[in-house]
Structure formats: C-alpha cells, structure tokens
Design a protein around this ligand. Structure first.
Ligand SMILES: [Zn+2]
Length: 248
C-alpha cells in the first residue's frame, strides 16, 4: 500500500515539475506593461494637465444687472459638474479638474456695448479682451476691489483656467479662458446641448482647435470640437486623435 502511495506522489511531483518547465507559469501582471501617461496641453509638452483648476465667474455688464439669473450659482455648479464627469471619463482619469465659483456675481465697470462686438458669429472673442483684464485686476490681484483671500486656492502645480458665464452674447475659448453666454447654459432651447457647448469652449483652453470650417461651419469631426458640440454631453466624445495630442 505504502509503495503505491510513494509511486503516486512521485508521479504527481514529476507532473508538476514537467508542467513548470514545459508549460511555464502564466504571468498575470507585469510591471513593464504599466506606462505613466502624462497629459499635457496640445502642442506644449511643458504644460502638464494632470491637475486642472478652474476659477469660475458670473460676469454681468453694468447696465444688465436686472438680468441676473436667480439660480446662477446652482446653474454653474451643475454645468461644471457635468464637465468634470465628462473630462474624467474621456481623459481616462489621467487628468482631474477642481473648480471654485466666485461667490458673488461680478458687476462689470462698463456697459455691455463696451464688452461686446457687433459681430458675434465667431463667438464674441472681443468680450474676452475687456472682461479678462478686468477680472484679473479686480478679483485675482491682491489689491483688487473684489479680491477675496478665501478665493485664492489655485494649487501651484495646477493648470489654471478661467471659466466665465457671461450675461451677454456669444461663447468663445482661448489660451486659458473660456467664456459662455448665460443664455446657453439656462435657456430651454439649449438645454440638451448646454454642457457640450461649455465643454467645447473649455477644450479650447487645453489647446484643442475647432473641427469645423470657417466661415461655412461644416464639421470636420464628429467629436466635441466638431459636430459633437451639438450633441448631449453623454453622447459626445473627444476624438482619439485629439486625445493623442493631449498625450494619451
Ligand atoms: Zn470653438
């Protein structure tokens, strides 16, 4: 009986040793396969985007104070939350967004005609030329009349973006500033696509260009920079090509 047991054990051992050398041990996880993805601004490897910090504002021309939206803060929160969710999924967690909303509406020093242009088909970029310096000098500079020490949390290693909800016309995105009309974010007419319109302008701040022809407006991509800006945020995306440009 004992002899049989020894024989069985020898066979089992032999089988295990044979399997080890001939079949091999499966490798389930290899450190070599893990690459650290470092996302960066399109066209600028020196500007990392692993952490993005948005300072958000509601800006109102001096003569439009009576138009202030009752629930502006709730509105802006909702739209920025949607942007954060979209960004986290699209960038596959390689880039995070934190945001802070300036707690009061900012009443501009000037009337709307001073901020706007007569032609806004191209998104009213002229508004940025006057609104941004005003926010910089009045809110962000320590000696500004609207400076608040409790609104000064930009982490030093974060990419800082300004998002301006504007009580006026147009929408536009530039180097590190996105501006969008409050009407696009609140009106029922734009309800289905408002978050995508905001995201479109935001991605300009990361360097992504428009994916449509100007002035015809014919989309050259289906993603958020092209036709996808007119789709609900849950049904749009950032193209693989643009993700690669961001370092993914
Ligand atoms: Zn655009």
């Amino acid at each position: 009986m004992f002899k049989y047991l020894v024989a069985v054990l020898v066979l089992v051992f032999g089988a295990v040793i044979w399997m080890y050398f001939s079949v091999g041990v499966p490798v389930l996880y290899s450190e070599k396969n893990v690459t650290v993805r470092s996302v960066h601004r399109m066209g600028n490897l020196e500007q990392p985007l692993s952490r993005i910090y948005i300072s958000a504002f509601y800006f109102i021309p001096k003569n439009k104070e009576e138009n202030i939206h009752n629930e502006w803060q709730k509105l802006l929160h909702k739209k920025l939350d949607a942007l954060v969710r979209f960004h986290t999924v699209q960038l596959q967690g390689a880039s995070s967004i934190l945001y802070e909303i300036y707690p009061e509406p900012i009443i501009g020093n000037l009337d709307n005609l001073a901020y706007d242009t007569s032609i806004t088909q191209h998104g009213n970029p002229a508004a940025l030329r006057r609104i941004v310096p005003e926010i910089e000098s009045r809110v962000l500079a320590k000696d500004g009349d609207l400076y608040r020490a409790d609104f000064d949390h930009v982490p030093p290693d974060a990419y800082h973006v300004l998002v301006i909800m504007y009580e006026g016309v147009g929408s536009t995105g530039g180097d590190n500033v996105a501006l969008i009309s409050r009407i696009f974010l609140s009106d029922i007419e734009y309800a289905a696509v408002s978050e995508s319109l905001l995201a479109h302008e935001f991605y300009h701040t990361l360097g992504l260009p428009d994916a449509y022809t100007i002035p015809e407006g014919i989309a050259t991509s289906a993603d958020i920079m092209g036709l996808g800006r007119y789709r609900p945020i849950g049904q749009t995306f950032i193209s693989q090509k643009m993700l690669q440009e961001l370092g993914l």
